[in-house]
Design a protein around this ligand. Sequence first.
Ligand code: GUN
Length: 293
Amino acid sequence: MQILDGKLAAQSIKDTLQKKISELPIGFRKPCLAAVLVGNNPASETYIGSKIKNCQEVGFESRLIRLPENCSENILLDAISSLNADSTVDGILVQLPLPKHISESKIIELIQPGKDVDGFHPVNAGKLMLNEPCFVPATPYGIMLLLSHFQIETSGKHAVVIGRSNIVGRPMSVLLSQPGNQGNCTVTVCHSKTPDLPYFTRQADIIVAAIGKPEFLKADMVKEGAIVIDVGINRVEDKSKKSGFALKGDVDFDAVSKKSAWISPVPGGVGLMTIAALLTNTYRAFEHHQQKN
Ligand code: GUN
């Protein structure tokens, strides 16, 4: 078994970005990511904190716009409009989930597609479907970068994606089936209504587990020599930890790692790649804005 080490792959991407920033002319504006956080969901706080910290590490500017849980949809729409109009902001991300009284689709659709570094806007989602240049959602994009870093050959393989979310499962299935490097897979998408899910996962050369259930994928669901990518970041109560919880993936790592050829750990796998992909998208947005000005 070999580890798809997200720490290593993410660091290599961050080093490349940091070098590009250090080569910008003195006084030149740096790429800037604006992150919007509504409320104080503890997981969202952690993700946003990590995104901001990583921006600092590579030398990007960042802004954090915090709004209270009970803020109106209009206030959030106004905040997005201001960021759209601000020529010093390259990327905008609104951390999901949003409070129930706010329409996620309405908010995402207001973000200028050229600043939508999360790749959630319908224009970017549509372009991804059409295999046109676009911002690809950070988690599936990060997984493609992880596969690429470790030179995993995917062409002709059967990939099973578990989960059909707009953020991970669906775009992942599109990327793996696209022509090109780390693509050309035959893809099966499984979800909560799939009967006999192990029937499919046992046939998979590549499994992407994005279900959101701790240690869901067991060893008897995996074929010998499979490549297993774990997208889960589940908080499981653990009194022995200072925080009171431990992070568990969607894969039973100890058992599945004995059968798999490659496996990504949690933590230290896909989560770090998501951030590296977000930074890459932000840098692309920055480059594009330079070319326009
Ligand atoms: N919530 C869970 N994953 C994500 C993500 O990739 N981006 C944003 N904005 N919110 C999320």
